[in-house]
Design a protein around this ligand. Structure first.
Ligand code: NIG
Ligand code: FE
Length: 387
């Protein structure tokens, strides 16, 4: 078995496994064998290997884990974004525009659009990503979306309950999602998700869909509290959702509930940025001991970015994260939001998924916003982006 030594690392970022703390090792090296980290330590103590990659003093971080990405869609909505920047407020209604385009797209168009976005994710240092459906909203297109998503990631999410499609009765649509649509997509989906918010689904409808998914062996996660607080946090905690995403509006009791649960709060800086909404305050979450993840929420409506460094910069600048907390939330936090013990840190036995930065340390990720600092990205020890 080939052993590769990555050495001469100026700063190796080591997220703690459970708490949002980063350690850094200077003068570090690690060994990759069979796609996994086989050894980590000081350059001077490194074992001899078949191949050596000298990173010349660069910073190495674990790859970002993007636990929230809507990559199955066609078309774009730049006019809607421009109108928002001119003062129009965001509503879930725009999702329907993307639904028409997605239904009309061929499998090949959907696949190549997603692959293009995945190439961008790699360029931004993301090494693992979730993919949601939710722009089909009929049995055929949700099924096509999830079949293609399953070719591209193991973390596929059925979001048939994204919004009620045009001219359909909400209750009948909820029943369609919870029965026929769910049965059709089940072989291709790991997770079930609902957008529980004003203009989307209420609490009773959300419970109906999540419980149906759980009964079929899917695992629950939620979009909620982006536009309003319908009481979704207690439902998410009750059903042991892996993550509740957006969390723009949270009461003190919501935070208390999250702090005493296994549910991660995933914040999506791109969404507040692109909808010109007030940012949530992550300090309240960290102070209470909530586990926090950061994700791109890449989608053509509310957050058309694949850049995790951009999300980190906004989280630090506008959401009260320290840089260490933001980097932790984008790596280990994302892995915990997917209940994934194998990713989000570079420890012996974990996946060798990492990014080499054109920077001496991880502080540059927020300090140099908008600059391509990711020089190379590796998944399972193999380069997927970079020189
Ligand atoms: O996560 N909030 C709901 N869904 C997406 C928005 C989708 C859209 O506007 O197309 C989100 O932000
Ligand atoms: Fe989303």
């Amino acid at each position: 078995m080939t052993k590769t030594l990555f050495t001469n690392i100026g700063s190796l970022v080591m997220p703690a496994t459970e708490v949002s703390v980063l350690e850094t090792l200077s003068n570090a090296a690690f060994v990759v064998e069979n796609g996994l980290v086989a050894w980590v330590g000081d350059v001077a103590a490194a074992p001899s290997c078949d191949l050596v990659v000298d990173v010349a003093g660069a910073c190495v971080i674990p790859g970002f884990v993007d636990s929230h990405a809507h990559l199955m869609f066609a078309g774009s909505r730049e006019q809607e974004f421009a109108a928002r920047m001119a003062g129009v407020s965001y509503s879930a209604g725009g999702i329907k525009t993307t639904v028409s385009k997605t239904r009309a797209a061929s499998d090949e168009e959907l696949r190549s659009n997603a692959k293009k976005l995945i190439a961008e994710l790699y360029q931004s240092g993301v090494t693992h990503f979730e993919i949601k459906s939710g722009y089909g909203l009929d049995v055929e297109t949700e099924l096509r979306s999830l079949k293609i998503a399953r070719e591209l990631t193991e973390d596929t999410t059925f979001l048939g309950a994204h919004v009620v499609p045009q001219d359909q009765d909400p209750q009948r649509y909820v029943e369609l999602v919870a029965t026929e649509m769910l049965s059709a997509v089940k072989p291709f989906a790991k997770w079930i998700d609902v957008f529980c918010d004003k203009g989307a689904f209420d609490l009773a409808q959300t419970r109906r869909v999540l419980e149906a998914g759980i009964a079929q062996g899917l695992r629950p996660r939620l979009h909620a509290n982006q536009i309003s607080d319908l009481g979704a946090i207690s439902l998410a905690v009750e059903l042991d959702c892996a993550s509740i995403d957006h969390c723009t509006h949270l009461s003190d009791s919501d935070i208390e509930l999250l702090a005493n649960s296994n549910t991660v709060a995933t914040l999506l800086p791109g969404a507040e940025f692109s909808t010109r909404s007030a940012f949530p305050d992550a300090k309240r979450l960290f102070a209470a001991g909530v586990t926090v993840a950061l994700a791109t929420d890449c989608n053509p409506g509310s957050s058309f970015t694949t850049s995790m460094p951009f999300c980190i910069a906004v989280a630090v600048r506008d959401m009260g994260f320290t840089i260490d907390q933001a980097v932790w939330s984008a790596t280990r936090g994302g892995a915990l939001a997917l209940r994934d013990e194998t990713r989000g840190a570079l420890r012996v036995g974990m996946r060798a998924d990492f990014a080499i930065l054109d920077a001496p340390n991880h502080l540059f990720l927020a300090y140099r916003p908008g600059v391509q600092l990711v020089a190379a990205t590796y998944v399972a020890g193999k380069k997927v982006y970079g020189r």
